[in-house]
Design a protein around this ligand. Structure first.
Ligand code: PHE
Length: 341
């Protein structure tokens, strides 16, 4: 009996050696150790064996089983290793091959500044509105208290479409459009292109952008204007940047002020960009002229307001250290790619 068991074992170990893939090995395991296997057969026929011999035979069978099981486990490990090697070989990938570059786009510096400006002003409760670039003389000039033959018309170098239609010279006509159609309280900002017949150079372009603000309510004062612009300056350029108001004149505001910001480049110490003054002129502002309020149908005894208008190119040039405004319009990708927020 012992010899028979030994034979079964040696045959099994031979067969296991010849198997080379896991499916075949699985089938072999079932055949050798399963219910229909020869070893199981011997255990089944124990009934015919004397009671003294049973434990001995059981032990032989178990030993054979164990060595077959461990041979199968070893073979399995070997097969897995070879299969893995094969897979690694076939899925090999050369990480040193050059890859095709995928360039992601970037926003134009003007768009980046615009997003930030709108964020700042909507954060303070302003609503962003838009107006037409081809505008009626009526809104661009008349309602802004700039009648025909007013000298301020010359200062604006207007592109006329015809006698009554112009390319807007500033975003202020949006003020008129809002005041004639809404009732106070009003708190809007308006952003967009404006046009003036200027030669293009490092600091001028016949097309540029403005951001206009208008607030109208009861008891609005110059203090509100200053607080709003101080907050704006800090949020755009950081702590320590503040405003300086200088008396000025605009037909649509009274009193009027030009507003300078602390030079963001030198923080007020004086540098080439601010021509040593520590200040940069960025916007015009003032209390809405009561005459404008009345022309637009708002009771100037009950309501007052402030307005401001700023040149956006100036702001983005300061922010990104751009020295020639023409770079913003020439759309050289190598220039534009540098700005990523
Ligand atoms: N519209 C003026 C300009 O283009 C700027 C401005 C706006 C001034 C609002 C005062 C109030 O120069």
């Amino acid at each position: 009996m012992q010899q028979k068991i030994n034979e079964i074992r040696s045959r099994a170990l031979e067969e296991i050696k010849r198997v080379s893939d896991s499916r075949a090995l699985d089938e072999l395991r079932v055949r050798l150790l399963g219910k229909k296997g020869e070893l199981t057969g011997i255990l089944r026929s124990m009934g015919q064996v004397t009671a003294e011999m049973r434990p001995q035979i059981g032990q032989w069978v178990n030993e054979a089983r164990e060595s077959i099981e461990s041979a199968i486990a070893q073979a399995q490990a070997e097969i897995s290793r070879r299969e893995m090697e094969k897979r690694l070989e076939s899925e090999k990938l050369d990480v040193t091959l050059p890859v095709e570059e995928r360039s992601t786009g970037s926003l134009h510096p003007m768009s980046l500044v615009l997003e930030q400006l709108l964020d700042i002003f909507t954060g303070m409760g302003f609503e962003a509105v838009e107006g037409p670039e081809v505008e009626l003389d009526h809104y661009n000039f008349e309602l802004m208290n700039i009648p025909k033959n007013h000298p301020a018309r010359d200062a604006q170098d207007t592109f006329y479409v015809d006698d009554n239609i112009v390319l807007r010279t500033h975003t202020s006509p949006v003020q008129a459009r809002i005041m004639t159609t809404r009732k106070p309280p009003i708190r809007i900002v308006s952003f967009g292109r404006v046009y003036r017949a200027d030669e293009a150079d490092a600091t001028h372009s016949p097309v540029f952008h403005q951001l206009e603000g208008l607030v109208i309510d009861e008891n609005i004062s110059m203090g509100d204007l200053k607080g709003t612009l101080d907050t704006f300056a800090r949020r755009l350029y950081g702590e320590g940047v503040t405003t300086r108001f200088r008396p000025s004149f605009f037909p649509f505001t009274e009193p009027s002020a030009e507003v300078d910001l602390t030079c963001a480049a030198c923080r007020g110490k004086g540098c080439r960009i601010c021509k040593g003054t520590g200040w940069i002129e960025v916007l015009g502002s003032g209390m809405v002229n009561p005459k404008v309020l009345e022309m637009c149908g708002i009771d100037s005894h009950k309501y007052s307001g402030f307005a401001f208008g700023m040149g956006v190119e100036r702001l983005s040039n300061l922010k990104f250290n751009i020295t020639d405004m023409r770079n913003l319009y020439e759309n050289d990708v190598r220039f534009l790619k540098q700005f990523r927020g």
